[in-house]
Every structure is written in C-alpha cells, then in structure tokens.
Design a protein around this ligand. Structure first.
Ligand SMILES: [Zn+2]
Length: 115
C-alpha cells in the first residue's frame, strides 16, 4: 500500500502530464484553425472558442487538483496551510508556489507546495 506522499507525487505527475498535453493540444487546434481561416472562417472561430473554453475548464480542474493535494507551507512560520479553492485560484503564482495568506500568522508570503 502506498503512503500519502507517494500517492500525492503521482497525482502531481498526472496533473503535469494533463496540463502539458492540454497546452500542446490547444496550440495545435488554434494553429489548424488559423490555416482554415480563409476557407472556413466560422469553423475556425468555432474551433478556437471550443478549444479555449475546454482548456480553461481543464485548467480549473487541474487547479482544484493542486489545491487538494498536499499543503502550502508559510514562508514565515512554516505552518502547513490548506487554503480554499477560490483563494488558490485567484492567487499570484509561479508554478506551484503561490502568494497566499497564512491561516496561523496571517502574513502574506510566497508559499511552496509541500506533500
Ligand atoms: Zn505563517
């Protein structure tokens, strides 16, 4: 039986693979739609809209996955925070490091994701 840390590492790998695949796919679909734009302008626009909406939905799902797996460690007091989805979604971030408030010391800091 796998422990929680190993399970969370696997979920992070799945999240990264889905994110990279979705990004490549949306770029490919938009490039194909750009090639079709003179012959089929409405079809091109439809392809772009559908692929961008699907990409946004996938990104929202992946953010949910990131939120529920592991914790965000406060840079000031090292408390392991579990912020709400909306807080994670709207926070500035670089990779999985997010600018969040700490629920213990209430200071804002760049919090790294820890498993
Ligand atoms: Zn703190």
């Amino acid at each position: 039986m796998k422990n929680e840390k190993e399970h969370n590492k696997e979920l992070f790998i799945v999240e990264a693979v889905i994110g990279i695949a979705a990004t490549i796919l949306v770029i490919f679909v938009i490039a194909m739609a750009a090639l079709l734009i003179e012959k089929q302008p409405w079809m091109s626009a439809g392809l772009i809209v559908v692929s961008v909406v699907a990409y946004i939905i996938i990104c929202l799902g992946l953010t949910k996955m990131e939120q529920i797996v592991g914790y965000y460690e406060c840079a000031n007091c090292h408390y392991k925070n579990s912020p709400k989805y909306g807080t994670v979604l709207w926070s500035m971030h670089f990779g999985r490091t997010r600018y969040l408030p700490c629920s213990k010391c209430h200071k804002w800091s760049w919090q790294k994701k820890v498993l």
